[in-house]
Write a protein that binds this ligand. Structure first.
Ligand code: C5P
Length: 216
């Protein structure tokens, strides 16, 4: 089949989105960042001061989310930068554990992958969103290394923070993502697990591409 999909899952800060973007570019597939979609709903909930689960479900079911050329639009508004702010980081895993929120987004994600090949990154792509994806990868790394990478990223963007705080935030988000009832963070049984702790970005990209080339 000409249209195939690549699922990339793993905990926060494992380098999924950077890797997924490069793989999509090399293979001429469309990159879909599913974390950005959970973040967009979280942003809207924060803006509306929605605290109750019912209100958040209502937002998820009635907002429009589009991904175009690497930008994410919430009700037509470009929120690509805003969804990265710390208040969203802090709240997103609570929004993502609501089954009805997931239901809406999983449906959108499957539609995005229907007509074109995608590289999709997230937490439940290989297990739930695209269980038939031709290629599944699960990226992990030591928490210290993930925290340092995220910290460096934030410094580059001019966001002041401290390493310990970043590590705690990642650990807490992972805990919530792993322990939730509805499609928790987990490697699919048929996923190739790649520990990126001691690997460079290029090494990880090459490893993934060599798995794919072997079967294409
Ligand atoms: O990938 P990113 O770190 O931007 O994802 C933000 C949050 O969105 C995750 O911590 C998780 O709670 C949620 N998420 C999810 N399922 C996905 C993608 C993201 O639950 N497929």
């Amino acid at each position: 089949d000409l249209v195939y999909s690549v699922a990339i899952d793993g905990p926060a800060g494992a380098g999924k989105s950077t890797v997924a973007r490069i793989i999509a570019d090399r293979l001429n597939l469309t990159y879909v960042d599913t974390g950005a979609m959970y973040r967009a709903i979280t942003l809207k909930a924060l803006e509306k001061g929605a605290l109750m689960t019912e209100e958040i479900i209502n937002i998820a079911e009635n907002c429009s989310i589009e991904i175009k050329k690497g930008r994410i639009y919430l009700d037509g508004r470009d929120v690509t930068e805003e969804i990265r702010k710390p208040s969203v980081d802090e709240k997103v895993s609570k929004v993502a554990c609501i089954p009805q929120v997931r239901q809406r987004l999983v449906k959108l994600q499957r539609e995005m992958a229907k007509d074109c090949g995608v590289v999709m990154d997230g937490r439940d792509i290989g297990t739930t969103v695209l269980p038939d994806a031709k290629y599944k990868f699960y990226l992990t790394a030591d928490i210290k290394v993930r925290a340092k990478r995220r910290y460096d990223e934030m410094l580059k963007k001019g966001i002041k923070t401290d390493l310990k705080k970043v590590e705690e935030e990642l650990a807490e988000r992972d805990r919530q993502d792993r322990e939730r009832e509805c499609s928790p963070l987990k490697a699919a049984e048929d996923a190739i697990i790649i520990d990126t702790t001691d690997k460079t970005l290029d090494e990880v990209v090459d490893e993934i591409l060599s798995h794919i080339k072997r079967r294409e």
